[in-house]
Design a protein around this ligand. Structure first.
Ligand SMILES: Cc1ncc(COP(=O)(O)O)c(C=O)c1O
Length: 438
């Protein structure tokens, strides 16, 4: 294994990174096992973010590693256009079982962004297939993150991800976000105030007419803009309104899928059934890139009534890649055999107690938690938004913990196999960082 520093860092144009700052003072990871990374200097780094919300079962899970090794030797690639291989079909059946058969079909992609664009395209094509071609509008939400495809940034609600590009999908509108520090600060679980914000969909329907709207897409818990937890009753209300107006409801479960809230999906946690779910990340335990769109049977079946031929003109060369399928099948096996969800349920209270114990530390203006997620919001340095939290991120890494920041919010999402001792280590170190932050 090459654990030395790269000879040059100049050619890699790094994603979502302050390249110049990073390259002046790089943080290099060279290996990972369980809930720890190791950096290039041999320091152990406790993974407080499951990589990028990706690794529910912990790093280097032997079953997943072995499954990937075996498949790569057996079937390194197979197309899925007018062809197939057993693992893609087996995985689809097992994924449906994992949803307790609430969904009927799965469409494979390679990432969350592709899953989002796929779901949006399916929504548009579904209405057209049923003779409602006027339903072309897509409704997202402010502060939503749905990846970086043109569909995803259009329905997404992050100004910085949209402004540089100018061109967006036409006909998109946005619900308001639900973040309200004045009313909901320091909440555990779902906040009390804000279910009425779902009624904004009625306003959007009145403005555009339901006959022009194809789908609403939201993250059940918004992750990338800083852990925004839906107010009590909000998602149920959104479901009711979508049903009332014949609008498809898509949950973007790219971070919440595969146990993040201690249930298979956030949809299960909140008891609300969307018509489609987009997933990625934990689907393969982050080991091999893969995304998937889960679709209700009625959506898929609408396409099967067309005259014989290709029903959906969409797909990726690597849709259902055999090695990704093997990684995902092994991930589902690990979830079952190691009772990952039960373990996560068992520690969620301890997790919440630990994060809320940071209340009162310098600069902390809110703490929120749900499942194995936590958001810690800091007061910004005047005139320098995001700097305070980013400084915390750098200090934390130097002290041996990986945290994630977005704006001035610290977002935590550990591997679900975290134990109490890891929670203690994470929050002891984080408290020290916060106490010493300018
Ligand atoms: C809710 C959500 N949707 C979509 C994406 C995009 O996924 P990817 O980076 O795999 O394209 C992300 C990534 O963090 C996400 O959090």
């Amino acid at each position: 294994m090459n654990e030395s520093r790269p000879a040059s860092m100049s050619s890699f144009w790094m994603p979502f990174t302050n390249n110049r700052d990073y390259k002046a003072n790089p943080r290099l990871l060279v290996s990972a096992e369980g809930v720890y990374y190791k950096d290039v200097d041999g320091n152990a780094i406790l993974d407080g973010t499951a990589g990028l919300w990706c690794v529910p079962c912990g790093h280097a899970q032997p079953k997943i590693v072995a499954a990937v090794r075996e498949m790569i030797g057996q079937l390194d690639f197979a197309p899925t256009f007018q062809m197939g291989h057993p693992a893609a079909f087996d995985l689809a059946e097992q994924l449906m079982e994992y949803t307790s058969h609430k969904f009927g079909h799965v469409f494979y992609t390679n990432s969350g962004s592709e899953a989002v664009d796929t779901a949006l395209k399916i929504a548009l094509a579904y209405h057209k297939a049923r003779g409602e071609a006027s339903r072309t509008r897509l409704i997202g939400r402010e502060r939503g993150y749905h990846g970086v495809g043109f569909g995803g940034i259009s329905v997404g609600g992050i100004a910085g991800n949209r402004k540089p590009y100018g061109v967006m999908l036409p006909g998109v509108d946005h619900l308001p976000h639900t973040h309200n520090l004045e009313k909901n600060a320091y909440t555990r679980g779902e906040p009390e105030h804000g279910a009425n914000l779902a009624d904004e969909l009625e306003r959007i329907v009145a403005l555009h007419d339901a006959s022009t709207i194809a789908a609403v897409i939201v993250e059940p818990v918004a992750g990338s803009t800083g852990v925004l937890i839906p107010p009590k009753g909000y998602l149920k209300r959104l479901r009711e309104l979508c049903t009332k107006h014949g609008i498809l409801l898509i949950f973007d479960e790219v971070i919440t899928g595969f146990g993040r809230l201690t249930t298979p999906f956030a949809a299960d946690y909140f008891g609300v059934e969307p018509d489609m779910m987009t997933t990625a990340k934990g689907l393969t335990n982050g080991v091999i890139p893969m995304g998937a769109v889960f679709s209700k049977k009625f959506i898929h079946d609408a396409f099967m009534e067309a005259p014989a031929g290709i029903e959906l003109f969409h797909g990726y060369t690597y849709s259902g890649h055999p090695v990704a399928c093997a990684a995902s099948l092994a991930t589902l096996q690990v979830f079952k055999e190691q009772n990952i969800l039960e373990h996560a349920k068992g520690i969620q209270q301890y997790w919440a107690d630990a994060v809320h114990s940071l209340k009162g530390l310098p600069h902390v203006i809110d703490i929120r938690s749900i499942g194995l997620i936590a958001g810690i919001e800091l007061a910004p340095i005047e005139g320098k938004p995001g700097t305070r939290a980013f400084n915390a991120f750098k200090k934390a890494f130097a002290d041996g913990i990986l945290i994630r920041t977005t704006g001035d919010i610290i977002a935590l999402s550990p591997p679900l196999v975290f134990e109490k001792k890891h929670i203690d280590e994470l929050f002891e170190k984080l408290a020290k960082v916060l106490k010493n932050l300018d």
